[in-house]
Design a protein around this ligand. Structure first.
Ligand SMILES: [Zn+2]
Length: 325
């Protein structure tokens, strides 16, 4: 597969191009133990807050090799993330705060959140960090069976949790909460909103969680109507993004409004309004408009729309404003 010919993936997306999750071998414990001892094996360590260890001398994750894993982590449980070529990738979670602090010093590393590291790391490492963070959050939160209340035990190399009550034995699977995020357009303008408490001038695309019994398109129409009163007809898929903060999948859409009439119904937003490309460009230049972080699919939706609608490059608009700050 030639990555150069594919559209640029959203941050944290595109991991399938470099990592084989080998889900079909997760129950082969002997094979997994061999992989874990291999000289090629790499270990990503996350602390109890889901922060990863980065190198001090570069914007890269501080992976441990097997020798370092034995020395610093002993025989803690590991989770198989997958294989990148011949190189097995594992996750280790350090739940005791003291252990993470000691390891940070021993490795001469620095700990960083996914949100902070997302734009600094190379795309593949950002994707691996996101995958590991999402999985470790589920492992931490999934301790007891929702069927009978008995403790759960991780199986399938960390990707399933099984009830320890033999009469129940229910299997629990990692879950992902789908959320829709949409740029709503109407004849050369787009609808953006802001929440109270956001930095001054910050406007973003509307978003919300999908409810039971809804298609993604239905969720787009409902969320836009609830938050802004705007009625949407056509809904087109754009792209998606894993967003393990803590367990979401953001599904991005471009939606078409039937009119520009706004009436705030649920008051989740402090303000919602229509912006032309020219208003966005001049607002970024004078500091009165601040787009959402470049990490997010919201930024990518806005960038796509500005390009399509007015031939404007959002990265180029934002760069001088960032420089001036
Ligand atoms: Zn159970």
């Amino acid at each position: 597969m030639d990555r150069a010919t594919l559209p640029r993936p959203n941050t944290f997306a595109g991991l399938s191009l470099v990592l084989d999750r080998i889900a079909e071998r997760r129950d082969e414990s002997q094979w997994i133990a061999e992989q874990a001892r291999s000289a090629e094996a790499r270990y990503l360590v996350l602390d109890s807050a889901g922060e990863a260890f980065l190198r001090r001398d570069s914007e890269a994750l501080r992976w441990l090799d097997n020798r370092e894993r034995e020395q610093w982590l002993g025989d803690r449980d590991t989770t198989l993330l997958g294989m990148a070529g011949q190189c097995p990738h594992f996750l280790v979670v350090l739940d005791e705060p003291g252990a993470a602090t000691s390891l940070e010093a021993a490795l001469d590393a620095r700990r960083m959140s996914l949100r902070s590291a997302g734009l600094q790391l190379a795309a593949d490492e950002a994707g691996l960090f996101a995958y590991a963070k999402g999985l470790s959050h589920w492992q931490r939160e999934t301790r007891y069976c929702t069927g009978c209340g008995a403790p759960l035990q991780l199986v399938a190399a960390g990707h399933r949790a099984q009830c320890t009550n033999a009469d129940c034995a229910r299997l629990h699977f990692p879950r992902t909460d789908a959320a829709v995020i949409m740029l709503v357009e109407h004849e050369g303008a787009c609808l953006l909103g802001r929440q109270a408490g956001w930095p001054s001038g910050r406007y973003s695309t509307l978003a919300g969680f999908v409810e039971p019994g809804e298609s993604l398109e239905d969720a787009v129409r409902r969320e836009v109507a609830e938050e802004s009163g705007v009625i949407v007809d056509e809904v087109r898929y754009h792209s998606s993004q894993p967003w393990p903060m803590p367990a979401s999948l953001m599904v991005g859409f471009i939606a078409r409004a039937v009119s520009r009439r706004i009436s705030m119904r649920d008051h989740e937003l402090e303000d919602a309004r229509w912006f032309t490309p020219e208003q966005i460009a001049s607002g970024i230049a004078d500091g009165s408009f601040v787009p959402s972080t470049a990490l997010s699919v919201s930024y990518r939706l806005l960038a796509h729309w500005l390009q399509q609608c007015a031939g404007l490059d959002l990265d180029a608009l934002v760069a001088p404003a960032m420089h001036a700050r």
